[in-house]
Design a protein around this ligand. Sequence first.
Ligand SMILES: Cc1cc2nc3c(=O)[nH]c(=O)nc-3n(C[C@H](O)[C@H](O)[C@H](O)COP(=O)(O)OP(=O)(O)OC[C@H]3O[C@@H](n4cnc5c(N)ncnc54)[C@H](O)[C@@H]3O)c2cc1C
Length: 497
Amino acid sequence: MSAVPPLVVVGAGVAGLCTALAAAPRPVWLVCRSACPVGTASAMAQGGLAAAVGEGDDPTQHAADTLAAGAWHNDVAAVHALVAAAPGVVQWLAGLGVPFDRDGEGRLQLGREGGHGRARIVHAGGDATGRAITTTLAQAAAAAPHVGWLPGWRLEAIGLARGRVAGVRLRDAQERSREIATPDLVLATGGIGALFAATTNPPGADGSGLSLALAAGADLRDLEFIQWHPTALDVPGAGKLPLVTEALRGAGARLVDGNGDLLMPGGHLPGDLAPRDVVARRICRHQQEGGRAWLDARGLDAEAWRQFPTVLALCARHGFDPRSEPIPVTPAMHFHMGGIAVDPDGASTVPGLHAVGEVACTGVHGANRLASNSLLEGVVCGRRLGERLRQATAGTAPAEHWVDAGPGADAAARAAIARLAGRALGPVRDGATLAHALQAIDSDRALSAARQGRLLLAMLAAALARRGSLGAHHRVDKGKNRNIRHGIDTPAYGETA
Ligand SMILES: Cc1cc2nc3c(=O)[nH]c(=O)nc-3n(C[C@H](O)[C@H](O)[C@H](O)COP(=O)(O)OP(=O)(O)OC[C@H]3O[C@@H](n4cnc5c(N)ncnc54)[C@H](O)[C@@H]3O)c2cc1C
């Protein structure tokens, strides 16, 4: 590597890859725990990437849907910048070689997901979009002379000098360590699903980047806003629940109870395609009353099923055929709207520490992310951040001290933390359960000393502090909710209980 101080990017999902690519010609070390795209949420994305590219659609409508889904808690300027960039992102990715699905005349095929007023989701390989995008981006990064890959290494500590980033310490599976001096570190470490007992996320989505930022003194934001996907496959397992894409509902599948009655009757409301927090709460309430939820996709024809090879293979692995029987589904922790507070350029409050993708909070998702806006965010914000970091923001200086996030929890402590997180920070919350979880962690040294426990404490404190309901943060102990979102007749979904 040259004398120009290198940029260190940690995480090789869509956000880290786009940042690394855009930083050329500055030398970049791209650090990730496993060989890309293994272990990334990006590679698991099924539905696709939202962009107003269809006939009669435009970024203004995409923005309106993003704001409605986010309960108007969004940063409005960030939303407009994101949706305006989306059509160009599709063109850029297609130019790199992403094989988006097209009709016989070469037009992009568009899927529909919850919260979108129209079909707006571009996809590849049907429901294998994430894999197609990350594979293409990883190939581009592998061919880029400015990118040095460090697969198999994890970020362990951040070196600081006079309050700004001075370096990183990495560790590999053999417990060897290495340090890299850098004035600029980008955290692209993904989400926090692995802290929860039921999640669609990969095991590596354990909040390690967020914990490090917390330890380094960076401001975090909106930690209480956690999205539960309404339709994970309800099968016995160790908490990792496979996703059944919302695009199936976009193609006509309906949520039903054990008697086959609709759980989300439509009418003038968006019904099954309401924003995710609304649908997840409906299912959660039904389960609390002793019921189970099913996704009935038997009405889809053979042509429609061609778009869902991942779901078909997944169901086959679990021994049933969704073409002839309803799919058992349950909500599972899916996406974190909160994260490291960053400005529109990805800078955190610690000089030299930047964040992008799911670990960051730009405010674009508000209190509930609109479906398929996160791959888009990873590309748009990653490219913007990489371009900004083509120049180093400071010279190198030796680290004066090192910050780590504390010891990892052992298996028993991880299981206890996951149970507490699931109970307290689910689709339906109340103050007593939040306070009990906080106290249970605080009073148990094995939990409170662990980095996972510390992070959960910060999330619980944020949820306790927000006394009213907003988007995905739904408190049932504060009486009638007036602020879920305008335009949706909330009582029809039992929102006011
Ligand atoms: C099943 C599923 C389906 C989804 N479907 C869609 C969809 O259709 N459309 C959409 O827009 N969004 C979807 N999402 C959400 C979206 O995939 C993620 O929000 C997004 O891909 C996150 O990208 P990222 O680059 O921030 O993180 P990730 O893709 O998760 O990448 C994180 C990277 O950080 C690395 N890492 C983490 N900690 C460390 C550490 N300490 N040291 C070194 N490396 C580390 C990991 O190894 C990984 O390489 C889905 C998510 C899931 C789980």
